[in-house]
Design a protein around this ligand. Structure first.
Ligand code: PLP
Length: 381
């Protein structure tokens, strides 16, 4: 059961820093949110409806894309992306083992096989230099993830996709507003998939997701697939799903989207402050590649004694998280693929060493300083 004020609350609550604090974000927006929700209730537009339609327009514009299709989750967006590309049983999709498992679920949902490729040690994202050798005649798509909000290196990946005539899909679930070479991510590939899970940089007050694309044909079919495969009520052209975005979530997202650019710069402030305060500690700090403007969904530091550091932070009232402790290829759910420890050593090492520190737009400088002080105490012990 998710808790939206995550992390231990210490006796001396001035000293505690929650890992995530959605209440702090909600408070100043509360009136705006309340009246947006009240409008949806007055309209009785609970499933899709005008608020979702307006949000779709606004989010498409934000991503500099032609179309946005609102969906119930990011996982559904990835599933629909697979269907739109005709990926099916016997096909392969090249992706990263270092991600939230939903990335590869979508591949499995359509009966295809996730083919994992190790990550780049500096960015935690799919390593473009390893992708080409994973391509076979069965490969149908390449599905990189902009993990932690840091864009993956799209140019070399797109060059490989062009050479092999493969579509690229961006898993942008963690990367709203991130930029690759100065351009907002979301339209580099054939389509991109966003999550609006509450803890995301743009989070609903419930579940939410979207598929963003410049293709009118893909958008139209995605709209039908999310609504039981129909464009006309009670006429079903293909087997579809109930993947509709709720009206109330459309209203909430519409309000929150107006703040996303400001929140992203606040996240950048927090990241830069951590860089300053933690420089010189034994931690390996996350850095933006020269092509990237990260959305700083997460700030993941690395250290071989990660588990001890986590205990120390928690004992001192600092919330922190593991993203992700077990790479996808070693999950029980994928045992049938026959992978073993050592197959993707860079991802496996990252899984052992990464620790996510609190990062959100509302994090005050004193809180950042507190996190840094407690980390320094750990290393000075
Ligand atoms: C990288 C990545 N892909 C996909 C998803 C799935 O999104 P959702 O939780 O909205 O289904 C998530 C969400 O946690 C994610 O982080």
């Amino acid at each position: 059961m998710p808790v939206w004020r995550k992390g231990p609350i210490k006796m001396n609550s001035n000293q505690s820093v929650p890992y995530l604090d959605l209440l702090a974000q909600m408070k100043p927006l509360r009136k705006e949110i309340d009246s947006a929700i009240a409008k949806t209730l007055d309209n009785c537009s609970f499933c899709l409806g005008p608020d979702v339609a307006q949000f779709e327009k606004d989010f498409a514009r934000f991503c500099e894309a032609e179309h946005c299709v609102g969906l119930n989750t990011g996982t559904s967006a990835l599933h629909i992306a697979m269907l739109l590309l005709g990926v099916g049983p016997g096909d392969e999709v090249v992706t990263t083992p270092f991600t939230f498992v939903a990335t590869s679920w979508a591949i499995s949902y359509v009966g295809a096989k996730p083919v994992f490729v190790d990550i780049d040690d500096a960015t935690f994202n799919l390593n473009p230099s390893l992708v080409e050798r994973a391509i076979t005649p069965r490969t149908k798509a390449v599905l990189p993830v902009h993990l932690y909000g840091h864009p993956c290196d799209l140019e070399p990946l797109l060059a490989i996709c062009r050479k092999h005539n493969l579509p690229l899909i961006e898993d942008a679930a963690q990367a709203h507003a991130a930029k690759y070479r100065g351009k907002t991510i979301g339209t580099f590939g054939a389509m991109s998939c966003f999550s609006f899970y509450p803890g995301k940089n743009l989070g609903a007050y419930g579940e939410g997701g979207a598929l963003v694309t410049n293709s009118a044909a893909h958008a139209a079919r995605a709209r039908a697939l999310r609504d039981h495969g129909s464009t006309q009520r009670y006429y079903h052209d293909e087997v579809g799903f109930n993947y509709r975005l709720e009206g109330i979530q459309g209203a909430v997202l519409g309000v929150k989207l107006k703040h996303l650019a400001k929140w992203t710069s606040e996240r950048r402030r927090v990241a830069h402050r951590y860089h300053e305060l933690l420089a010189g500690t034994p931690l390996q700090l996350p850095r933006e590649a020269d092509f990237a403007e990260s959305a700083w969904h997460l700030y993941a530091v690395r250290h071989p004694r990660r588990d001890d550091l986590k205990k120390h932070l928690e004992a001192n009232g600092i919330g922190c998280g593991l993203h992700y402790p077990l790479p996808v290829h070693l999950q029980k759910a994928y045992a049938q693929l026959g992978h073993k420890a050592g197959d993707f050593p860079v991802a496996e090492k990252a899984a052992r060493e990464c620790l996510s520190l609190p990062i959100y737009p509302e994090l005050a400088d004193e809180q950042i300083q507190r996190v840094a002080t407690v980390i320094k105490q750990f290393f000075n012990k």
